[in-house]
Design a protein around this ligand. Structure first.
Ligand code: NI
Length: 392
């Protein structure tokens, strides 16, 4: 019996885990109950469990065969566990029981799929090497991947290749999408604090107006993408907040511009940041004010290793046929912190179809739900990636 057929036999059990996690969503670094569930299941499969990696993160280790610890025979499989601060609009039985929190990005499904693969691999042991099951906390902008890395994830649990997966609404059920090279944008947040000289609104000549400085800087920053970034590269710079002043007749002392930048390579992101520093400081100085820039890169771009992407695509081809594997899907402007793991270990992040019917609702929407029909396929991807990469 092949892996997918065998995993389908415990599809109801995987679904039960998924519904349990969905009903009890926990946001970043608060995944205590979820981590308990994961650890309990892994232990019940006979898998060695490590808790507290990146605070609420869990790592399961399954060694098998004579070359269990040999370099080149250690694989990492990663799922994220956190929910979002969203009030769920769904009314089905497994809807959130935690008011104001919701699995609106399908991380409940990702966790359940990886547990399904762990159960299958622990039972069948058709590989020679080590599998590290990485259950990451706090993917939604709170730094869960970096927290695991800072806790020595890859020093303690060496991996030669890593794989992760995210569901994609509107990609039909039964399909995968695999992209080689850049896949998702890196993201930065920035704050620009401008200091002028506050004065009476009727006597601007006695002060330095930070509002005028802010709008000049905001305008000049738009030349970074149009004039400094190469036309063949991609970047976005959006100013999403302008704050200044409290009264009709007061020119304020300070103003703040905030926003986000996105790019598909670290050099382009660095270029955006350094040009922002220069433009903000230069424009402010020209107008007699001062500006300081805090540019924080929260997400590296997701860049898939070409060799591992080819391998992942071949596993998908085996499972669903090449007609159902979308190669070279369009770049995604959203970000994902698996990127920081991919900076350390070559690997591939791929998408699994959440369906264009029931699962078409976009992620981060209060009516979203992971499509249970995708669960065995996701588990089978992880399982076959191990069996093929670590073939005995
Ligand atoms: Ni997500």
């Amino acid at each position: 019996m092949n892996a997918l057929s065998r995993i389908r036999e415990f599809h109801p059990e995987i679904t039960t885990w998924r519904h349990d996690i969905h009903a009890h969503p926990e946001t970043g670094f608060a995944e205590v109950r979820t981590a308990d569930l994961v650890a309990r299941q892994l232990a019940s499969f006979g898998i060695e469990v490590h808790r507290g990696i990146g605070r609420t993160g869990v790592v399961g280790v399954l060694r098998n065969g004579p070359h269990a610890d040999a370099p080149g025979r250690r694989i990492g499989l990663r799922a994220d566990m956190d929910a979002l601060p969203i009030l769920e609009a769904n009314t089905f039985a497994h809807r959130s029981q935690h008011e104001g929190r919701m699995h609106a990005c399908g991380h409940d499904g990702h966790t359940a799929m990886l547990l399904g693969a762990a159960k299958y691999l622990a039972q069948t042991r058709g590989f020679d090497g080590t599998v590290n099951f990485i259950f990451q906390p706090a993917e939604e902008g709170l730094g869960g991947a970096l927290a695991m890395l800072e806790d020595g994830l890859f020093e303690r649990f060496a991996c030669d290749a890593i794989f992760g997966m995210h569901n994609r609404p509107r990609l039909p059920l039964g399909k995968f999408a695999v992209r080689s090279g850049p896949m998702m944008a890196g993201g930065a947040f920035f704050d620009i604090d401008i200091t002028g000289l506050g004065c009476h609104g009727a006597r601007p000549e006695t002060g330095i107006d930070p509002v005028m400085v802010a709008v000049q800087i905001a305008s000049a920053l738009q030349t970074i993408v149009s004039r400094n970034v190469r036309p063949v590269d991609t970047a976005v710079l959006s100013i999403t907040q302008i704050h200044a002043g409290d009264a009709y007749n007061v020119i304020p002392q300070t103003a703040r511009l905030s926003g986000t930048a996105r790019a598909f390579s670290t050099p382009v992101m660095e270029l955006v940041g350094s040009n922002m520093q220069r433009i903000a400081a230069g424009v402010a100085q020209a107008m007699g004010a001062q500006a300081s820039v805090d540019f924080r890169v929260n997400f590296a771009p997701v860049i898939n290793d070409p060799e591992q992407a080819e391998f992942a695509a071949s596993v998908c081809n085996e499972l669903v046929g090449s007609d159902n594997v979308v190669r070279d899907p369009s770049l995604i402007m959203a970000s994902e912190d698996f990127s920081f793991m991919l900076e350390k270990v070559p690997g591939c992040y791929l998408n699994i179809g959440n369906g264009d019917g029931e699962g078409a609702c976009e992620v981060h929407n209060p009516a979203y739900d992971f499509n249970d029909a995708a669960l065995p396929l996701g588990s089978a991807f992880f399982a076959r990636a191990v069996e093929r990469k670590l073939a005995a």
